[in-house]
Design a protein around this ligand. Structure first.
Ligand code: NAP
Length: 282
């Protein structure tokens, strides 16, 4: 059996087209959605991510404000800038690209963003809203994964077991909460998990979000399972790849997301969706 691929690029294009329609309606009503993106320092990967987010924003007919600062920026100055953006009525979403330089407390910075503009969904109040099932912005990567599951008719997961490998605040934990909200039975695995293979083999939905090439091998996958690969790595040849041994796992899984062209494009699409939603709620 060869797994069916979940085409994140095509689905993201669909989401972006829907966002563009909503953005055009808001603009016509005199309220163009605006996203402020802040980059501190010159991390090359962050520069690429930020460029992609800004370009996607503009393609969807939204305004983007890109602010780049030297790595020496003082935390107090960044906080002051965020406070100003919080007050700016033309800015509906604020995103601070992570990681930040070591001398800046990322937690303090994220908490400074108004929850109404927290389109990354990293604020404690957004995380709390997810935890208790209240409305709020959901982190874009797990939200994109959920959208992919809905797309293949797996939006509701009652009676299904989902295993998330990875427990970061921005991917693993919110992913697990969203799967739970979709009625899955959820296991979160991490670097201290014993016999990861046996746990993964129980998964009807397996989400890999570690950042390790070849972490998920074919023997760790239940035949027919949905495998969602969040990982973004470079292999020995320097090519972009995920955490899943794609060629082998594709022979066992029922559905699989490729890297590139899977979760990555969905993350940006969901950022746009959150921003247009922020503007609609303004
Ligand atoms: P992170 O903060 O480094 O978290 C990685 C997680 O994996 C941690 O919970 C860690 O567990 C766990 N882990 C590490 N080694 C493990 C092992 N051997 N077995 C099981 N679990 C292990 O990373 P992140 O920000 O969540 O990102 C994870 C990956 O997703 C990265 O490759 C990143 O580039 C990618 N990513 C992709 C997108 C996208 O749009 N496609 C978006 C965000 C992130 P411990 O806590 O126990 O150490």
């Amino acid at each position: 059996m060869t797994a069916q691929r979940i085409d994140g690029k095509a689905l993201a294009a669909q989401v972006r087209a829907e966002v563009a329609v909503r953005a055009a309606a808001l603009t016509a009503a005199g309220r163009q959605p605006g996203l402020a993106v802040i980059l501190v320092g010159a991390n090359p990967a962050s520069q690429v991510y930020v460029r992609n987010k800004v370009a996607a924003c503009e393609q969807a007919g939204m305004r983007s404000i890109l602010e780049t600062y030297a790595a020496t920026l003082h935390e107090a100055d960044l906080l002051a800038r965020i406070h100003t953006l919080n007050q700016d009525e033309a800015v509906h979403g604020i995103l601070v690209q992570l990681p930040l330089p070591a001398h800046i407390d990322a937690h303090r910075v994220i908490e400074a963003i108004s929850p109404r503009k927290d389109v990354d969904g990293f604020h404690v109040s957004s995380a709390g809203a997810l935890m208790v099932g209240q409305p709020g912005f959901r982190p874009c990567t797990p939200l994109g994964c959920m959208r992919m599951l809905e797309h293949i008719g797996m939006g509701r997961l009652r009676g299904k077991h989902a295993v998330v490998v990875g427990r970061s605040n921005i991917v693993g934990k919110p992913m697990a909460m969203m799967l739970l909200a979709a009625d899955a039975t959820v296991t979160i695995a991490h670097s201290g998990t014993a016999d990861l293979a046996a746990i993964c083999r129980q998964a009807d939905v397996l989400v890999a979000a570690v950042g390790k090439v070849g972490l998920i091998t074919a023997d760790m996958v239940k035949p027919g399972a949905v495998v969602i690969d969040v990982g973004m790595n470079r292999n020995a040849e320097g090519a972009l790849c995920g955490d899943v041994d794609f060629g082998a796992v594709e022979q066992v899984a029922g559905w699989i997301t490729p890297v590139p062209g899977g979760v990555g494009p969905m993350t940006i699409a969901m950022l746009l969706a959150n921003t247009v939603q922020a503007c609609e709620q303004f």
